[in-house]
Design a protein around this ligand. Structure first.
Ligand code: PEP
Ligand code: MN
Length: 259
């Protein structure tokens, strides 16, 4: 398999940024306008998996906001959890922005391989939609590689598959560690090489706090990964999800300059 073809297609540096969640049309569009010259892709989730009850996303209501962002020339990236969401998103977004491309991702908590496969099957014919697979929360190389195999065996084309490392849950409650989720850079590189697929890094869910997000991105930068997906918010303090780890615009620009 030819290596990193997607990143070549999207041009380097392959940076996706945007808020954790799409909270309102205004917050989505104002963030996209601020960062559009700095990034290739814009992220914002319509549904949020939550550890404790809270804001779990605006759902389908946010589709027109994402369509507007894609009309700004950005590749819109968003999480899908069910085949039903995937089908509606792919149909509605394709209708609203015919020439645009999208990245739908499988989040770390979506670990039912039958769901993973049916989402991939749903997107098989959507040539403008890339599928991104985030690693599962627990550290297990075989499981991570297994997700990729399930998806490829369902017939989904490797040319439209991207991987994302977001760290592994540390799992030891009494042992607070440096990061929210521990990266395993060597494992991520191994999976990237073994699969021949592009691997981007999510330093936000690794770091868990703005300063550590920057530290994680700097560590990742020492390896030959293919890009970053960073949570950026014009007003992180007021965010309804992951407020501690979202960078403000100034912090994001500093990070890009550093790298
Ligand atoms: C996210 O990127 O919004 C997210 C929920 O990440 P993860 O699935 O890695 O926890
Ligand atoms: Mn988040």
């Amino acid at each position: 398999m030819e290596e990193r073809r997607i990143v070549k297609e999207f041009e380097k540096p392959f940076i996706i940024a945007g808020p954790c969640a799409a909270e309102s049309r205004h917050s989505v569009l104002s963030c996209a306008s601020e960062i559009k010259e700095l990034v290739t892709g814009f992220r914002a989730s319509l549904w949020k998996p939550r550890t404790e009850p809270g804001f779990d996303g605006v759902g389908f209501e946010g589709i027109p906001w994402l369509a507007e962002v894609s009309e700004m020339g950005l590749i819109v990236a968003t999480e899908v959890m069910t085949p039903e969401q995937t089908e509606k998103l792919a149909t509605d977004l394709a209708e609203k922005s015919k020439s645009s491309r999208f990245i739908f991702w499988l989040g770390s908590r979506n670990q039912n391989h039958l769901i993973q496969k049916s989402i991939a099957e749903m997107l098989n014919g959507s040539a403008n939609v890339f599928l991104m697979v985030k690693n599962q929360p627990w550290e297990d190389e075989r499981h991570w590689f297994g997700i990729i195999e399930h998806i490829l065996q369902s017939g989904f084309p490797a040319e439209r598959l991207i991987l994302c490392h977001r760290g592994f849950h540390p799992g030891r409650l009494e042992n607070p560690c440096e990061f929210r989720n521990m990266p395993n850079w060597e494992m991520a590189m191994k999976i990237k090489e073994k699969s021949g697929l592009p691997m981007i890094i999510d330093p936000s869910h690794i770091g868990g706090e703005a300063e550590k997000v920057i530290l994680a991105a700097e560590q990742a930068n020492k390896f030959n990964f293919d890009g970053l997906m960073v949570e950026v918010n014009l007003d992180p303090v007021s965010a309804l999800t992951d407020k501690k780890q979202q960078l403000n615009i100034k912090q994001f620009k500093n990070l890009l300059n550093k790298l």
